[in-house]
Design a binder for this molecule. Structure first.
Ligand SMILES: [Zn+2]
Length: 320
């Protein structure tokens, strides 16, 4: 849920990552002002001889110190384990004022090497630590949080089993369409396979049977419920769009939606209206299915189509 919306999340701020970013800001202050009283106290207690970024927590760390070290995670998550203490002055020879870039060549591109070599190699003052990518070289909590989240997400995705990735266009569509939030959230869950179908409930060991509660013929997946179940096919065919669901070509809901956007709706004048019908149809099919499960009401394609039409008729009331 904390992923950005275009990546299939809900855009919530991750408080844990935000806290770590705040701590990283304190680490940055400590690196910038090593002579400040609080920095000297910490140095005396926890890294009297070494450097802050290499300091260890130790067994008797105070809460403040242990927390601060969490902020260092921002640096530890960087891809390259480069020497963080390399100073510009150390990359110059004092004798003949030229650059010695061999130590950092593997971290920078050939163009960057050329750009550095075009600068005069002499030191006019003290080295200063700056962060690349920020306007004034200082640490910004919001940006740090964003970067940290991206790094963590990449790491999670790298470790995750290679299940299919939902195309970004589908997420974008869900959040951009003019629909009530509850329908957007439902679509978000459906595309992410987070809907409580019997198939998903069996996987979580909540139910014993994954059979579709409507047709009792096949396993209930999101695709089966919304597109493939016989009665759902009737809803699509009998509805305003007259869609004939091609059962043999459906793999996942998001792939089906992509195909509909890119092929069926492409260039259509009333594309937005058609997109809303698709979203409403998915929503009402799911609502009917839940009525069947929880209230024992039969799924009637005709009633579902009528509900869709009624909602489309009242659309202007809730459209922005
Ligand atoms: Zn079924």
């Amino acid at each position: 849920m904390t992923k950005v919306k275009s990546m299939g999340g809900m855009g919530f701020r991750d408080l844990n990552l935000f806290n770590i970013s705040l701590l990283a800001k304190q680490c940055w202050k400590l690196l910038q002002n090593p002579k400040a009283l609080w920095a000297r106290v910490l140095k005396g207690g926890y890294f009297p001889k070494g450097a802050f970024l290499n300091a260890k927590q130790g067994s008797r760390a105070s809460w403040v110190w242990a927390s601060l070290l969490q902020g260092v995670v921002l640096e530890k998550l960087t891809d390259d384990n480069h020497d963080l203490h390399q100073k510009v002055a150390e990359l110059m020879t004092k004798e003949n004022n030229c650059w010695k870039l061999n130590q950092i060549r593997r971290y920078i591109s050939e163009d960057q090497v050329k750009a550095i070599q075009s600068l005069p190699a002499y030191s006019r003052g003290q080295d200063k630590m700056v962060l690349t990518g920020s306007k004034d070289g200082n640490y910004v909590v919001k940006k740090g949080c964003h970067e940290l989240k991206e790094k963590v997400m990449k790491e999670v995705e790298r470790r995750a089993s290679p299940s299919h990735n939902v195309n970004g266009k589908v997420w974008k569509w869900i959040w951009s369409i003019s629909l009530p939030q509850k329908i957007k959230h439902f679509l978000w869950r459906a595309v992410g396979n987070l809907v409580a179908t019997n198939g998903n409930l069996v996987k979580r060991r909540i139910k014993m049977s994954e059979l579709c509660p409507v047709c009792l013929k096949e396993a209930e997946t999101v695709e089966h419920t919304l597109l493939l179940c016989d009665w759902a096919q009737c809803v699509w065919y009998g509805g305003a769009l007259g869609f004939k669901v091609d059962c043999h070509r459906i793999t996942t809901l998001d792939q089906w939606l992509l195909q509909v956007f890119d092929v069926v709706l492409k260039g259509k004048k009333n594309k937005e209206w058609m997109e809303m019908i698709i979203a409403f149809t998915c929503w009402h099919i799911w609502k009917s299915r839940c009525s069947k499960v929880f209230k024992g009401r039969e799924c009637d394609p005709r009633k579902c189509i009528e509900r869709n039409s009624a909602r489309m008729g009242e659309a202007p009331e809730w459209l922005d």
